[in-house]
Structures are given as C-alpha cells and as structure tokens.
Ligand binder design. Sequence first.
Ligand code: ZN
Ligand code: ZN
Length: 287
Amino acid sequence: MGSHRLQKLSLSDIKIEGYSVAGEETAIGLPELNVCFDVGKAPDSLLAVDNLFISHTHMDHVANLAYYCSQRDFREMAPGTVLLHESKCGMVEELLDFWGRFDGSRPPANIIGLTAGREYEIRRNLIAFAFDTNHTPDSLGYTIIDRRQKLKEEYLELEGQEIAKLRKEGKDITYTLNVPLVTYLGDTMSGDFQLLPCVKQSKILITECTFFEEDHHDRANAGKHFHIDHLVKWLPELECEHILLTHLSRRTHIGEAKKIINQRLAPEVASKVVFMMDRFNGHAKNE
Ligand SMILES: [Zn+2]
Ligand SMILES: [Zn+2]
C-alpha cells in the first residue's frame, strides 16, 4: 500500500504521479524517465526513482530529502542522485551530516550542483537542462529533453554499408534533434524563463498556479508565486500539448479554480489544462 494519495495520470504517453498543495507538499515523479521533481514527503512509490531534481529549498519541496536518501539505503538501493543549484550543495551535505549524527547513520547520496544553462545526462538520449526561475535566490526549473542524432535528409536513402563508410571517412552525416518532453518550474512568478524555446515547446509543462482570486495578488507577489492572471496571458503562447497546474493553495476550492480556467482561457487552451493536487482532487478522467 502506497504511503500517499498520489494523483496518477498519463500525458503525452508519459506517466506522472504526484501530490502538490501550496505550502504543504510537492513531489512529482515520472518513473519511466527516472526523474522526480521535489520531494516534500517522499512518497513510497517514488523512492525507486534515481534522479531527484530540487527546484528550491522551501520545506514543502524538500522536507524529506534526507529520508529519500536514507530509505534507499535501508532498502539496499544505490544512492539517489540529488540535483539542485550548486549554491545549495554544501547545505545538503550539512543536512546529511546532521542526520548522520542524529540517526547514527549518514544517508548516502550523490549530490550534483547545477546552474542555469547547465545540462545533466540522465541516461543515453535523455538530458535535463536547468534554468533560473523567479522564486527564491537560486531557484531552478528543469526541462527533460529527448536528444537524438538523426541522419541528415540527403543520406536517408543510403544503405547501412554506405553509411558506415561515410562515418569511417569522418563525414558529418547526422544532426541533433532535441525534443523537450517535460518542463518543471517548481515555485515561481513571471520571469525570463517564459521566453525559453525548450519551455514553450515542451510536450508537458508543469507550472505552479498558487493563487486564483482577485484579492490574492498581494499574496502572490509577496511569496513570488504565479497568480492565474499571469498565466492567462502566457499559456496561449505555448506550444505545449498539456499544461499541468500544481501548487494550488487550499484557500481556493479546486472546483472554483477549474471554473476560472474555463472562463478565462479559450477552449483550445483550457482543454490542455490538468490540475495536480492529490488523488481526490485531480482530473477525474485520468484516475
Ligand atoms: Zn512551495
Ligand atoms: Zn517555495
């Protein structure tokens, strides 16, 4: 039995399971890509994911970072890889050192520092690209990119032997095709990342939308979160197939939020929007 009431859905043939409520907890896993974004309370079923991408270090996104590392050890899995802004790596080491003293056994982890513009190879043909978001100092967003070498058009008709010969001669017969699969923004308000082609073209965009009500603009600005008014302007510009809204505040009922989306966005944009909250509040047709 799982430890969480995770919402499970499948978008663009990618399975997603997660939980996301503002201030409470955010953890979103894509097990087939071996990727987990943030780890509020480390759901049981996401412990097996090897690559944990941390957007920022607010408690509702990293509360169980140490638990994730220690449970993997307890279950005899290889140490997890924790990726976050390089300015925070030292603090994660200190956190694990602290647990080492407190618990008696230091949770093992492979900690990797990233900065905006850097890439990390998750596995062959699967890359994570980091970029700055606008929430806390050094908060990061990530795009997971399917990267393949494709044969240039002029060589498509050739037989295998001829291709091998050209390769041997050192001919540059391929080009790189980048397909942005999933972008995760963590917590953020408007920022330069909104212009990045990999974000705008991602098949799936996972973006927070914490606030929906007119009198919540001050809260959104103070906490550096998106308000629906910001997203209403941006979402129509995106080429994404699906837009997964996370981090909704419990101040707004999800039924009300869905109504606002349908009122404020054109039907072709509104139909791309799915909410992630928990199993009981998620998009019914995906349960
Ligand atoms: Zn948060
Ligand atoms: Zn936050």
